[in-house]
Every structure is written in structure tokens, then in C-alpha cells.
Write a protein that binds this ligand. Structure first.
Ligand SMILES: Cc1cc2nc3c(=O)[nH]c(=O)nc-3n(C[C@H](O)[C@H](O)[C@H](O)COP(=O)(O)OP(=O)(O)OC[C@H]3O[C@@H](n4cnc5c(N)ncnc54)[C@H](O)[C@@H]3O)c2cc1C
Ligand code: SF4
Length: 515
């Protein structure tokens, strides 16, 4: 821990959280290096509210330590509390209390935390400690809470596509006057190609651990050895400079094919043409708008096609912003939603990766290894299976929050509870992302290596996704039959003969009994 001198008379304590590692963040902009003291603390409470992946903990702590050094270089006084500091109280209120007392400060300033839980904890502390806590807007996002509320209020249905168009207009990204570049807002119809293993596969940029990261890796080995995931080799960048290099490498090597193969999955290729930048953007090492501007520039320079660039920008100014809007708009009870009343506990193989379903083993295996899986693996493999099998969405939510390096509740929960599990009953999406093995077979090469047969619909060799798909639709018929987007699916079921229907039900029961 550094800095324990008494502070200047009107000094304020600037609390910087582990996902607020931006020199331009609102709290730092409001502070003064020659007057205020920055507090950063690694605390057990935050490192263990879910059993985070080892790589995730190492990434956040190492990035925090590097950021603290950058702040000092920029002239700030930083009080940095390491996890193994003997005086560490173990939680943020405890660290605030110690800092306020040690420095004789009565005014704490911070950028709003990204989640309800922490916001409530810190606000409670402020009331109890009778210490002013000023929270500033997190303007690293394009849409403020008020802007999202204004957009959402009065609409019968919230749909990302319309919100996204507003964000395009607001930023001017890929706009040709008032019209979208290329005459269309969305080029997704070109973005659903399966990939082939003989394509050139770039790897995301790897950073060699320096002495600071090494110290953190040892700490994680000592304190979090039982947590999920593999720690080494640790290759994530931990500074803004590393993150900028990763962005450059993505734009030069992967972006041109990002669109075409965005939904593809390949055995042994965890990253394909994805950017693997979400962990840097979410922690504050990259700014979302600068990332999009860089990607748009590649299009204007003729280095990447419009379907790739539009698709990428939509993920950030569309989906990412929209998810954050939904999270704050829905309130803290959002993570408790359970539209289908699903009660089954999460199967153990989500933690071990030991399953004979090749697609699940690949997605969970690389999650253990890299704290990463790309969107379609999260949505159409592990998420789809959990929904079809009737796993309690809160268990599913806690798993996703723990296992990915980019997971923070504001973005994870709407993706899991809303998009992947449909547990919010359709606030976020118009129909559940439910699919049989056919979809996975179309978009991947996993089925060729699987002990199950994707073409078999029922029976002990049948791909488990096949009977579970129908069983899910039947279990939830009352809630889903009226959905206009599912009308055709139910009509197909209605036309099936009774013997076939029974086979589906019996096969699904057998799969569920094995979980
Ligand atoms: C069940 C489920 C859980 C998810 N949990 C998280 C999470 O905890 N944290 C997280 O950042 N993303 C989450 N996502 C969204 C998405 O899967 C990841 O952002 C993406 O896989 C990150 O990898 P990438 O950087 O290579 O992304 P790319 O495919 O290269 O996409 C570019 C960027 O777009 C943004 N993005 C893309 N899709 C989304 C989305 N649906 N929501 C928000 N941002 C998006 C990310 O910032 C990402 O870096 C989840 C999706 C699903 C279906
Ligand atoms: S057969 Fe089914 S379980 Fe096996 S890889 Fe294909 S979709 Fe997955």
C-alpha cells in the first residue's frame, strides 16, 4: 500500500474500481492530482462473490496494478491495497473506511459502479459512515440511463435494431448523411457462413507476463487454486498499450473475415475471427467508441468489407449498449427472473467439461482454458442446452458470471437471463434462441467428432439437443404457442404422429435423467 500521508484540506478520495481503468473516466476528470487521493483496492469480497475463473482474477488484479502505476506516473497520489496486505479488510466499505480515517477525508468521489449490488453496498456504507459519496455518470457508454429510459418508455416492445439505429445516428458511424452506409442498416444475411479448417486463422495478440503480472499469478495460485479454469499460460494484455496493440492486430488480421464467419464454430479454433477485446473494453483499457472508429476507418481505407465492419460496430454500439440499458432499466430483480419456472440444477459437467457431447465439451473446454468462448458458443451451445434442459436460469447466470474474463453483471445478466435463457419472458428478444442439433451441425464441425448422431432424432444415439428441443417446446407450450414466431414450429409438432411424439418425449426424459 502506498500513500498514507494526511491529505490536503479539501482533498477528496477518488475510488477507482477494477473495471474503471480509464485515464479519462469521469471520476478522474473531476479530480485534481495535486489535491486528491486515488484509492484502489483488491478485496476478497469482489474476488469471490462468484467463483471467478483464475485468468479473470489475474487479469483484473494485474490490470489494476499496472493502472495504478500509470496514475502515479501521471502525478496522482495512489493508495493501492493489495489482496495480501495484512491490513486489508476484505471488502470495499472496509477499505473506504480505513482510507477516509487515515487521510482525514470526508468526501468520496467515484464513477458509478457497473452493477446494482456494488452500488447498494457503497451507498449503504456512505449512509452508515456519514461520509459523502458522490457518484458520477459512467460516460464511457454512449447512452446515459436517462437516454435509454427516454428511448424505452412508451414502446410496446424493446428491440435492439431500432436502438442501434439511434446509436448510429448519434455517433455518425457508417452514416452517409441521414442514410446508412451501403443503403442498409444491417448486413447480417451475409454473416452466417460456416468456416473451414483450412482457412488462415489469426490468433489474438498474446502479451508475455511481466514482473507485476508474475506476482499476481503467484497470488492467484496461492489464494484461488480451487477456482475454475487454467491460469497458465497467461497471455492477456494488462495495460492500455497492450489492449491497443490487440485492437490493431484484430483490425489487420481478423476483421476482414469477422462478418462472414461470425457465427461459425470449429474444433480446436477457440477464437476464429473474433476480436477477443471484450475483456479490455469492459475493464476500461479500450474505449468502445474509439474501437468502433478504428474499425470504421478500416472500411473507409478499403481494408475491410462493409458486412464485417457494420456487423462488428453493431455488436458494440448496438448490443453492448442495449444490454447495459436493459440491465439498468429492469432493476436489481432482473437476475431473479424465471419465466419458464426452470428448476433443474446446473449439471456438473459445466464445471468439469466432461461430457460426450462434442460441442459442449469444446465450448466448456476452451472456457476452462481461456476464460473465453465466442458469442455463438455461449448462446447456441451452452446457453441453448441449459434452456432446453430446464436449468434454473439463476444457476446459469452465476456460471456465466464466473467463467468468462469479460463477465460483469451489467452485460452478462441481460445476455444470459434475457437473450440466452428467455427467462425475462421476452423483454429483450422476440423468441427463445432454442435450436436442435441441426443448427450446431450447420455452423460447426463438432458433430463429425461426436459420440451422438446429429441426424438421429430419438433413441439412445440421438443428439441430445434433438429430443430436448421438442420437449422444451412442449413443457412450455402454454407460454410459447401464442408467439407468432413459433407458430410454424407448433404446427409441425401438431402434424407428427402420436408414436413419434412419444419417442421424442421418452428420449428427452432419458437425456434429462442422465444429467
Ligand atoms: C449467454 C451469453 C453470455 C454473455 N456474457 C457476456 C459477458 O459476460 N460479457 C461480455 O462482454 N459479453 C458477454 N456476451 C456477449 C458476447 O458473447 C461477448 O461480448 C463476446 O463473445 C466477446 O468476445 P469478443 O470480444 O471476441 O467479441 P466479438 O465477437 O469480437 O464482438 C465484438 C465486441 O462486441 C461486443 N459484443 C458482442 N456481442 C455482445 C453482446 N451480446 N452483448 C454485449 N456486448 C457484445 C463485445 O464488446 C465484443 O468485444 C454474452 C453472450 C451470451 C450469449
Ligand atoms: S451431435 Fe449433437 S451433441 Fe454432438 S456435437 Fe452435434 S449438436 Fe453437439
Amino acid at each position: 500500500m502506498k500513500t498514507n500521508s494526511s491529505a490536503a484540506k479539501d482533498a477528496r478520495l477518488l475510488l477507482i474500481l477494477g473495471d474503471q481503468l480509464s485515464l479519462d473516466i469521469s471520476s478522474l476528470r473531476a479530480g485534481k492530482p495535486d489535491r486528491d487521493i486515488v484509492l484502489m483496492a483488491e478485496v476478497q469480497d469482489e474476488a469471490s462473490y462468484v467463483p471467478h475463473h483464475k485468468k479473470k482474477i489475474a487479469f483484473v488484479f494485474s490490470a489494476m496494478r499496472h493502472f495504478a502505476a500509470e496514475l502515479e506516473d501521471a502525478g496522482w497520489s495512489v493508495r493501492y491495497v493489495k489482496l495480501d496486505d495484512p491490513d486489508n479488510s476484505g471488502d470495499l466499505p472496509g477499505e473506504l473506511a480505513r482510507a477516509v480515517k487515515d487521510h482525514g477525508i470526508d468526501h468520496v468521489l467515484m464513477t458509478e459502479p457497473g452493477e446494482f449490488r456494488l452500488k447498494a453496498v457503497l451507498s449503504d456504507w456512505s449512509k452508515d459512515a456519514k461520509t459523502e459519496l458522490e457518484m458520477l455518470d459512467d460516460d464511457r457508454f454512449l447512452a446515459s440511463h436517462a437516454e435509454f429510459r427516454d428511448w424505452a418508455e412508451g414502446r410496446k416492445q424493446l428491440r435492439m435494431e431500432y436502438f442501434y439505429r439511434e446509436m448510429r445516428r448519434k455517433t455518425g458511424l457508417l452514416m452517409d448523411g441521414d442514410a446508412p452506409e451501403g443503403g442498409k442498416w444491417n448486413f447480417d444475411s451475409q454473416n452466417r457462413k460456416p468456416a473451414k479448417s483450412d482457412l488462415f486463422m489469426p490468433r489474438p495478440r498474446a502479451t508475455e507476463p511481466d514482473a507485476i503480472t508474475e506476482e499476481v499469478l503467484k497470488l492467484v495460485e496461492d489464494r484461488f487454486d480451487d477456482n475454475f479454469g487454467t491460469l497458465r499460460p497467461f497471455w492477456f494484455g494488462v495495460t492500455r498499450a497492450d489492449a491497443l496493440k490487440a485492437l490493431t492486430m484484430f483490425v489487420e488480421q481478423a476483421l476482414p473475415r469477422f462478418g462472414d464467419y461470425q457465427d461459425a464454430m470449429l474444433e480446436g479454433e477457440p477464437f476464429l475471427y473474433h476480436s477477443v477485446l471484450s475483456l479490455y473494453i469492459n475493464a476500461g483499457l479500450l474505449d468502445p467508441l474509439e474501437t468502433c472508429e478504428r474499425v470504421a476507418q478500416a472500411y473507409h481505407d478499403g481494408d475491410a468489407p462493409l458486412n464485417a465492419v457494420e456487423g462488428y460496430i453493431r455488436q458494440i454500439i448496438g448490443w453492448r449498449e442495449y444490454m447495459r440499458g436493459i440491465y439498468w432499466h429492469s432493476g436489481p430483480e432482473y437476475t431473479q427472473q424465471n419465466f419458464f419456472g426452470a428448476k433443474r440444477p446446473l449439471p456438473d459437467f459445466y464445471w468439469t467439461g466432461h461430457t460426450d457431447m462434442a460441442c459442449m465439451a469444446a465450448a466448456i473446454g476452451q472456457t476452462k482454458e481461456e476464460a473465453y468462448a465466442h458469442h455463438i458458443q455461449r448462446l447456441m451451445v451452452t446457453g441453448n442446452f441449459a434452456m432446453l434442459a430446464g436449468i434454473d436460469p439463476h444457476d446459469v447466470h452465476e456460471w456465466y458470471l464466473a467463467v468468462y474474463a469479460d463477465a460483469y453483471e451489467w452485460v452478462e445478466a441481460p445476455n444470459v437471463i434475457g437473450m440466452s435463457q428467455f427467462a425475462d419472458g421476452g423483454l429483450l428478444g422476440s423468441k427463445p434462441y432454442a435450436a436442435s442439433g441441426n443448427y450446431i451441425n450447420k455452423m460447426s464441425d463438432h458433430c463429425a467428432n461426436c459420440s451422438y448422431d446429429v441426424k438421429q432424432k430419438t433413441g439412445s444415439d440421438a443428439c441430445p439437443f434433438n429430443p430436448l428441443y421438442w420437449d422444451f417446446l412442449l413443457r412450455n407450450e402454454e407460454k410459447l404457442r401464442g408467439n407468432p414466431r413459433l407458430g410454424q414450429v407448433y404446427r409441425t409438432w401438431d402434424k407428427m404422429d402420436e408414436a413419434k411424439k412419444k419417442e421424442y418425449r421418452d428420449s428427452a426424459r432419458a437425456v434429462l435423467d442422465r444429467l
